[in-house]
Design a protein around this ligand. Structure first.
Ligand SMILES: Nc1ncnc2c1ncn2[C@@H]1O[C@H](COP(=O)(O)OP(=O)(O)OP(=O)(O)O)[C@@H](O)[C@H]1O
Ligand code: SF4
Ligand SMILES: [Mg+2]
Length: 340
C-alpha cells in the first residue's frame, strides 16, 4: 500500500521546509549491514515543532544526520530529502556547507563533543560569520560575542574559554548560540535537554519556543515526554528504524493507536492513567540485523493477532475517525483511549 505523508497538514498546501520521503539508511559494519532507518517519510513546516520519540537505537539521530548530509562514510542512504524543494543529495559541497552553515542549525546530542576542543568558543562562532557572511576578523569576533550574549550574562568570558573550561550545561547553551547565530529557517535539536539541570532545561525549552514563535521549523528528537508535551505540535514515534505512529500532540497523548506508543506512555509514572497499573514495557528492541519480514514489535506486543505472525510488516496508514494526519503501522490498533 502507498504510504501516506504523515506530517503534512492536509487542509492547506504549504511548501515544507524539509521533506523526507522513504529514506533508508544502512550502516556497513564488521558484522554485516545494519538497516538503521528503513523507510521514513515526513514534512517539517515553518513555525512547527515536530518531535521524534522512541527508544535508543530506533534511528532518530541517523535521520537528523541524513538530513544534514553528515552521515559517516560507512552509511548508505536512499530515498529523497529536500530542503525548500532542493534535493540534499544533489547539492554541491558548497551548497551543503551553506545549508548547514546558515539555513539549518543543529543542536547536537552531546554539546561538548560537538565543539572543537582546540579553538576558543568565540573563535568557533566567529569562523562561521567569516565564512557565511564575509565578515572581517574583528567584526566576526564581535558578532560572536553578541550571539553568546543572548544566552550568557558574561559572553566575553565564554568567548575566551576553551571547551574543557565550560560545564555540560554551558556547552548546550553554546550549541543554541551557534545553531541560531545565522538565524536559520530550521533547527534540528537532538536530545536538547539530555543531562541538563532543571533551570538550564527550562532555558533551553524557552529558547526553542521563541524560535518556533519567530517562524523557525523545529525538528526535536527526544526521549523526554515532558519535552514533547511542552513543545510538540506533531509527534512521530520511531521503532526499529520506522515511524510506527504519527499524530498531533493531543491525539498522541489521548488516543494513541500503536501498542508501542501506548506502552511508552504507560511506562511514564506521571502520565499513567490514575486507575491503570504502571506497566514497565517488557522486552527489548529487535536486533536490526536479523529482522524478519513481520511487524518488528511482534515479540513485545500483547495485542498480536494471526495476521501479525503471518503477514509482512504493516504499512503506515491513516487512522479512521481520528484527527488529520493520525497514522499507525499496526494490524490490531488499540481500541481504548489512553486518557478519557
Ligand atoms: N556510525 C555507525 N556505524 C554503525 N552503526 C551505527 C552508526 N551510528 C549508529 N549506528 C547504529 O544505528 C542504529 C540507530 O542509531 P541512532 O543513533 O540513529 O539511534 P537513536 O534513535 O538516535 O538512539 P539514541 O536514542 O540512543 O540516541 C543503532 O543500532 C546504532 O548502533
Ligand atoms: S501489527 Fe500486530 S504485533 Fe505489530 S504492533 Fe500491531 S498488533 Fe502488535
Ligand atoms: Mg540519538
Amino acid at each position: 500500500m502507498e504510504e501516506t505523508s504523515p506530517t503534512t497538514p492536509p487542509t492547506e498546501v504549504r511548501e515544507p521546509l524539509i521533506s523526507v520521503r522513504d529514506v533508508r539508511a544502512t550502516y556497513k559494519t564488521n558484522d554485516g549491514q545494519l538497516p538503521a532507518v528503513r523507510g521514513v517519510s515526513f514534512d517539517l513546516h515553518a513555525g512547527e515543532v515536530l518531535t521524534l520519540v522512541g527508544e535508543s537505537a530506533s534511528g532518530k539521530s541517523t535521520i537528523a544526520l541524513a538530513i544534514l548530509g553528515l552521515l559517516p562514510s560507512n552509511a548508505t542512504v536512499t530515498g529523497d530529502i529536500s530542503y525548500r524543494g532542493q534535493s540534499v543529495a544533489a547539492m554541491t559541497p558548497q551548497e551543503l556547507r551553506h545549508m548547514r552553515g546558515t539555513e539549518i542549525g543543529m543542536i547536537f546530542q552531546d554539546g561538548r563533543a560537538a565543539l572543537t576542543p582546540t579553538m576558543r568558543i568565540g573563535e568557533q562562532i566567529a569562523e562561521a560569520f567569516r565564512e557565511h557572511k564575509g565578515m572581517e576578523m574583528e567584526a566576526s569576533l564581535e558578532a560572536a560575542v553578541e550571539v553568546l550574549g543572548r544566552v550568557f550574562p558574561d559572553p566575553r568570558r565564554v568567548a575566551d574559554a576553551y571547551t574543557f573550561q565550560i560545564s555540560g550545561g554551558m556547552a548546550q547553551r553554546v550549541m543554541i548560540a551557534m545553531a541560531t547565530a545565522m538565524k536559520p529557517s530550521v533547527i534540528i535539536a537532538d536530545e536538547p535537554t539530555a543531562n541538563l539541570d532543571p533551570a538550564v532545561r527550562h532555558e533551553m525549552l524557552t529558547a526553542i519556543e521563541e524560535l518556533r514563535d519567530a517562524g523557525t521549523g523545529i525538528l526535536a528528537i527526544t526521549h523526554d515526554f515532558g519535552v514533547v508535551a511542552r513543545l510538540a505540535d506533531r509527534v512521530g514515534v520511531m521503532y526499529a528504524g520506522v515511524l510506527v505512529e504519527t499524530a498531533d500532540v493531543r491525539t498522541t497523548f489521548k488516543t494513541p493507536k500503536h501498542p508501542y506508543t501506548f506502552g511508552l506512555l504507560s511506562s511514564i509514572p506521571t502520565l499513567a492513567p490514575p486507575r491503570g497499573k504502571l506497566v514497565a514495557m517488557r522486552g527489548n528492541p529487535p536486533d536490526l540485523m536479523t529482522l524478519q519480514d513481520e511487524c518488528a514489535f511482534l515479540p513485545r506486543c500483547s495485542k498480536a493477532i494471526g495476521a501479525c505472525r503471518t503477514d509482512p510488516e504493516p504499512s503506515l496508514t491513516p487512522v479512521l475517525d481520528s484527527s488529520e494526519g493520525h497514522t499507525v503501522r499496526c494490524y490490531n490498533p488499540m481500541a481504548v483511549p489512553f486518557r478519557d
